[in-house]
Write a protein that binds this ligand. Structure first.
Ligand code: 5GP
Ligand code: SF4
Ligand code: MG
Length: 456
């Protein structure tokens, strides 16, 4: 998912700015979009299933617009469970003794179910099965605390990987779990407006510049007196490696590491670890482009576009069923003449189910490729993600049930190799990284075993 929040001491068209911010974050979720806007008194909410441009047509955008808007938040959702129901759209709102609150949340709490059960025993009511409602309810329950204190208390109670924006009529808050698994950045505009967003591209979209990342374990809040901060838990940074491998936009810099440069370094690393004699390096667009550039530079084999990507097609994995995903590959990709009679190094960021990859190898062979050497810029994905990236349930992860040789055979490649974990660490740089979907070591905890349908 993607989150966005903005606070302005002077009236600004925050409905429009939030729309622009969400549009820049569309790659982080294409299933639903929503926003809240307040002018200090009124509090407007709109959300629905669909892309940002579909949910917010002119009429809908007008309906949330406020002439004296000061605070707003927004969300783009990507389903981690396949349940793309309208009531799961965010932001989620609730009325409390601190006034009406709106929350937009990226990630997953691993103990939401236990916390929810405890609260139910104490008489709490829930409208949805949504994790975010547990967070909001926890905040609402601390009626004797102010919003910042109550949010800090809720942050301490919930475990997992999360980055959130929260608003009241007069305040914007942003916070990140102690491991900083999910990204969150702060930006500022010349008119003293502040922005909090999942990635810097959303800041640039509204004319703000990047100030810094929200720190792991940090809670920041913005009101008429400016930007404030407090460390709620000691930072133990292990941000999600997948942000740099695949998820983040390539123009994003997160926790000091540039996504595009990291991907290029992954390609260099992959070429050093797994060289091959071939004629051209072909990326699977768009997610394999950075690593393919690096592979070509390191190996000296020329880079070429062997696959055309229809720019009007979205990210393939968003399609909910296998059949839909397979049809979408055809809608999205077709081979170019560059591969005819060539030995091809095909570079992609990841193999999840293996089905897309098989189709792509097939396309290249039909187009006359002599050999297809598949190079993957992430290690084999063997474990589910509990922190908000939908890499599928374990039984669907091809690398959790098959050896590399079996996967190679399944997708029909001549050779298949993956970058090492150490290769990823070196390419991204910085402190620790979450690599749990590759090595099963979950830095921010796991759900109780009986909760884990994903482990099946
Ligand atoms: P596969 O061959 O595993 O079906 O598809 C791999 C390609 O699709 C990669 O380019 C990867 O970016 C994308 N992909 C497919 N399914 C998923 C998924 O469930 N989650 C993520 N993050 N990426 C996926
Ligand atoms: Fe990212 Fe994988 Fe960790 Fe999930 S398990 S947060 S996808 S590195
Ligand atoms: Mg891809």
């Amino acid at each position: 998912c993607g989150v966005f929040g903005m606070f302005s001491p002077e009236p600004l068209d925050l409905a429009w700015f939030t729309y622009l911010g969400l549009f820049a974050l569309q790659h982080r979720g294409q299933e639903a979009a929503g926003m809240c806007v307040s002018d200090g008194e009124k509090f407007h909410v709109e959300k629905d299933l669909g892309l940002v441009t579909q949910v917010f047509d002119e009429r809908r955008l007008d309906s949330v617009r406020l002439a004296n808007a000061r605070v707003s938040i927004g969300h783009v959702r990507y389903s981690t469970t396949g349940s793309n129901l309208r009531f799961n759209a965010q932001p989620l709102t609730t009325r409390t003794n601190k006034g009406i609150l709106g929350l937009a949340h990226n990630g997953n709490f691993v103990n939401a179910r236990e916390v929810r059960n405890d609260m139910l025993m104490q008489g709490a009511l829930f409208q949805t099965t949504n994790d975010s409602e547990v967070m909001l309810n926890l905040i609402a329950r601390e009626s004797h605390m102010d919003l910042v204190e109550a949010t800090a208390a809720a942050m301490k109670r919930l475990k997992g990987g999360f980055a959130c924006v929260l608003m009241s009529r007069t305040q914007l808050l942003g916070f990140r779990d102690p491991n900083g698994v999910r990204p969150l950045v702060i930006g500022q505009r010349d008119d003293h407006a502040y922005v909090i967003a999942s990635e810097p591209c959303a800041l640039y979209a509204v004319g703000a510049r990047l100030i810094r990342d929200v720190q792991p374990g940090e809670l920041v809040w913005i009101d008429r007196t400016g930007l404030h901060s407090m460390m709620v838990a000691p930072r133990q940074p292990t941000p999600c490696a997948f942000e740099w491998i695949y998820f983040a936009r390539s123009d994003s810099q997160l926790d000091g590491a540039d996504a595009h440069e990291s991907r290029i370094r992954m390609g260099h690393q992959l070429a050093r670890e797994h060289p091959v004699d071939a004629d051209i390096v072909v990326p699977v667009p768009d997610s394999g482009i950075g690593a393919a550039i690096g592979y070509a530079r390191e190996s000296g084999i020329p880079f070429d576009y062997g696959l055309y990507k229809n720019p009007y097609a979205g990210r393939t994995f968003i399609a909910p069923t296998q059949e839909a995903r397979e049809l979408k590959v055809k809608m999205k990709l077709s081979p170019t003449s560059a591969v005819r009679g060539k030995r091809v190094v095909l570079v992609d960021d990841s193999i999840v189910r293996g089905t897309t990859s098989r189709q792509i190898v097939n396309l290249l062979r039909e187009a006359g490729a002599l050999e297809v050497h598949f190079r993957v810029s992430s290690p084999p994905i063997k474990h589910p993600c509990f922190y908000g990236i939908d890499t599928a349930a374990r039984k669907e992860l091809v690398a959790s049930t098959h050896s590399i040789e079996e996967i190679r055979d399944l997708i029909g490649a001549d050779t298949l190799t993956f970058i090492s974990e150490q290769g990823i660490r070196e390419a991204v740089g910085g402190p620790g990284l979450c690599l749990a979907c590759f090595n099963g070591e979950y830095p921010a905890g796991t759900p109780l075993l009986n909760d884990v349908d994903k482990l099946a």
